[in-house]
Ligand binder design. Structure first.
Ligand code: HBI
Length: 351
């Protein structure tokens, strides 16, 4: 099929502003190409995506939805890139268009196209105007929505969750090297922002005596300053926002990854990346990570916020087989496995 992927409007692909969506879109595009589909991407100016044709569109980036409160009205900035990207959609030949934006406009436009527009929803429920639009779409088109995990879908209520296809996620496992012999170091990977719970991981590091290797984009500089005041050691622990090649190298050397979300993480790409390197995951039983980690098999799960429980789980790291973690990543999260799930979803929407 000719598949058109319409990216998130919050920033250019490759800028890191799109968070997990950037990784998901890149991997989904390659996975579909490997299955013989013709993939084109529409994305904001400045976007780069090796090996996939990208039509870039200038315009004002969309304000991020996490900063909005539930009853906020729909935001459409003048000269906005989102509206212009969907103008570009009209002049492209395609059989199915996949929307990656967590925004009102693409959802609203769904019935205005004579070919299927489907939506890969990238976060849990945040604002009423979006929940309302998702409900409308599921009433008219039962297969148009996909999400990463059941936990994410359930944040929108059971009616929407039942009409949503769960496709997990995927990555190119070949880009991640299995590391059999770790150093006695714990890892924490993610956007450095309040909802990611970095303070909890630093507390676990203190309680267990392990150093903590911190990797990720400093999304919220005030929050990072607050963390460094409370945990002076954090400055030395910080390794920066790394490329995938560098991230997998530094992550792979660690004894375990700590995942400490304070919100319902839709998926948790870092869980997938850790397992691909053979790194067990210790985390809160919440959202995507809670659904992805298999207790006693690929890591350990504790009740959300149970920092002492996480510290205790650190003593049980070597009960987890690192080779098995890698095998799970190869079976569940490979581009072939992810591509098959995506293709099945698209097939259900063929006009
Ligand atoms: N906010 N308005 C808006 N639109 C998006 O597409 C969007 C967002 N916030 C975060 C985001 N996308 C992605 O970084 C996460 O879904 C991963």
């Amino acid at each position: 099929m000719r598949v058109l992927c319409v990216s998130t409007p919050v920033g250019a692909l490759g800028s890191g502003l799109g968070g997990g969506v950037e990784l998901t879109l890149a991997n989904l595009a390659v996975a579909l190409q490997q299955r013989g589909h013709e993939v084109t991407v529409i994305a904001p100016a400045g976007s780069t995506l090796p090996g996939v044709p990208v039509i870039t569109v200038p315009g004002v980036p969309q304000p991020i939805a996490q900063n909005q409160s539930r009853q906020d009205p729909i935001t459409m900035p003048a000269g906005g890139v989102l509206g212009r990207m969907w103008q570009a959609v009209r002049s492209q030949p395609w059989d199915v268009a996949i929307n990656f934006a967590y925004d009102w406009l693409p959802l609203y436009l769904t019935p205005f196209f004579d070919r299927p527009v489907v939506h890969l929803v990238s976060m849990g429920s945040l604002v009423d105007y979006l929940d309302e639009m998702l409900a409308q779409i599921t009433q008219t088109y039962p297969h148009r929505l996909a999400m990463h995990t059941r936990a994410q879908a359930l944040t929108f209520g059971s009616a929407i969750a039942q009409a949503t296809t769960i496709i997990g996620n995927g990555l190119d496992v070949r880009r991640y090297d299995f590391c059999p012999q770790p150093a006695p170091v714990l890892a924490w990977v993610g956007r450095i922002a309040p909802e990611k719970g970095l303070g909890d991981a630093l507390t676990v590091a203190r309680q267990t005596g392990y150093p903590l290797r911190i990797m990720g984009k400093i999304h919220d500089p005030d929050y990072w300053r607050h963390i460094c005041t409370q945990f002076p050691e954090a400055t030395d622990y910080y390794r920066g926002f790394l490329s995938t090649d560098e991230l997998q190298k530094q992550l792979g050397e660690c004894a375990a990854l700590l995942v400490t979300p304070h919100w319902v993480e839709a998926f948790g790409n870092v869980v997938m990346e850790a397992l691909a390197c053979g790194v067990p995951v210790l985390g809160y039983d919440l959202g995507g990570p809670g659904e992805l980690v298999r207790a006693g098999e690929t890591g350990w799960l504790v009740a959300p916020g149970d920092v002492a429980g996480l510290a205790q789980a650190v003593t049980r790291i070597d009960q987890i087989d690192r080779q098995h973690c890698r095998r799970v990543a190869e079976q569940e999260f490979s581009l072939a496995a992810f591509g098959a799930r995506v293709e099945q979803w698209l097939g259900r929407n063929r006009s």
